[in-house]
Design a protein around this ligand. Structure first.
Ligand code: Z5A
Length: 212
């Protein structure tokens, strides 16, 4: 009888802008590949053709979405992403590293922008694809601002809201970690890049016996 491969692992990276998520996703992917793991890296909003169209609609700034519309568009993109990219990759045994996922909707559209967290949790349950591990890269607001200033790009809609907004986002992610201790690990991302990478891999070692 043919055996299907064991389901892969689903790891999400969360945190505010400039926390280092996109940088660290690539580093962790390389480390896991060195352990012989088939790794798929992806990000939200986006990660599938339809979801990428929704990403540009959400982030271009062309439309000031009504708050509920914005939340629903994030979930529409996520439903596509899960169906077309995440679920098939996990089914063939790959590990999926995802730069932002539903905790970002809870924190941005919920805690920071005043949306209803209970409704957002309900939509997350509807999607039904729970991460095995969520690594929250925590940075001080001053670190966020310094990294964004060094990048030199024009300020986006959230950056223009400044320190009070970054503080709400940071506190929101820390609350997610408190509420979900079984899947969340907070990593101090103010530290040197290589130390942050090492702490992230340690979190994976602690969680996944197949790495030991
Ligand atoms: N959003 C939402 O509202 N609701 C949702 O449900 C979802 C998303 C899924 C996506 O923007 C936006 O969508 C996001 C939230 C919203 N907007 N905001 N805020 P994006 O994809 O364009 O941006 P981002 O996700 O915020 O990524 P980012 O700003 O690029 O940050 P990052 O990926 O965490 O950081 P990075 O690019 O890896 O690093 C930033 C810089 O810092 C870079 O120059 C690095 O070299 C440097 N860096 C990184 N780590 C270190 C360390 N440890 N030391 C020194 N320097 C470092």
């Amino acid at each position: 009888m043919a055996h299907s491969p064991p389901r892969g692992r689903f790891i999400t990276l969360e945190g505010g802008e400039g926390a280092g998520k996109s940088t660290q996703v690539q580093i962790l992917a390389d480390v896991l590949r060195q352990h012989g793991i088939d790794v798929v890296t992806t990000r939200e909003p986006g990660g599938a053709p339809g979801a990428d169209i929704l990403r540009s609609m959400l982030l271009s700034g062309e439309i000031a979405w009504a708050p509920q519309a914005e939340t629903l568009l994030h979930f529409a993109a996520r439903a596509e992403h899960v169906a077309k990219t995440i679920r098939p990759a996990l089914a063939r045994g790959a590990w999926v590293l995802c730069d932002r996922y539903f905790d970002s909707t809870l924190v941005y559209q919920g805690y920071a922008l005043g949306g209803n967290p209970v409704q957002i949790e309900t939509l997350s349950k509807m999607i039904g694809m729970m991460p095995d591990l969520t690594i929250i890269l925590d940075v001080a607001v001053e670190t966020t601002q310094a990294r964004l200033a060094a990048r030199g790009a024009a300020a986006d809609r959230y950056e223009r809201l400044g320190a009070p907004f970054f503080t709400k986002v940071r506190d929101g992610f820390l609350q997610v970690a408190i509420d979900n201790p079984e899947r969340c690990v907070v990593v101090d991302a103010n530290q040197h890049l290589s130390l942050v990478s090492a702490l992230m891999f340690t979190a994976c070692l602690d969680k996944f016996v197949e790495l030991t």
